[in-house]
Design a binder for this molecule. Structure first.
Ligand SMILES: [Zn+2]
Length: 101
């Protein structure tokens, strides 16, 4: 089992985990519930993590994550509901689930 991804934003970690699962890669997530509520800073040790169960899936998982993160270079958008900044990959605000539009 190998750690393939970690990020301070739970929504982004969940997006990566779902993307891998949809591509038939078995993953588990850790530290999902370790940090506090939204707006509360969590130390890096409690960042949620995505682990690939089968080591043979690791290189493919890395490629899939790279594909997903290509969108990261796009400009961020600001939530009209709570004013949080969101990565371009998010269709909904990570903080309040408000729609991007
Ligand atoms: Zn919001």
């Amino acid at each position: 089992m190998k750690l393939v991804y970690t990020h301070e934003h739970h929504a982004l970690v969940a997006t990566v985990a779902n993307h891998l699962l949809q591509n038939d890669i078995e993953v588990i997530t850790k530290n999902q519930y370790a940090s506090g509520g939204a707006g509360q800073l969590a130390p890096i040790e409690t960042w949620p993590e995505v682990w690939v169960v089968n080591d043979k899936d690791c290189s493919r998982a890395s490629e899939l994550i790279e594909d997903l993160n290509k969108d990261v270079d796009k400009p961020q958008w600001q939530c009209q509901n709570c004013n949080e900044m969101n990565d371009a990959t998010f269709d909904f605000c990570w903080n309040c689930q408000h729609d991007a539009s």
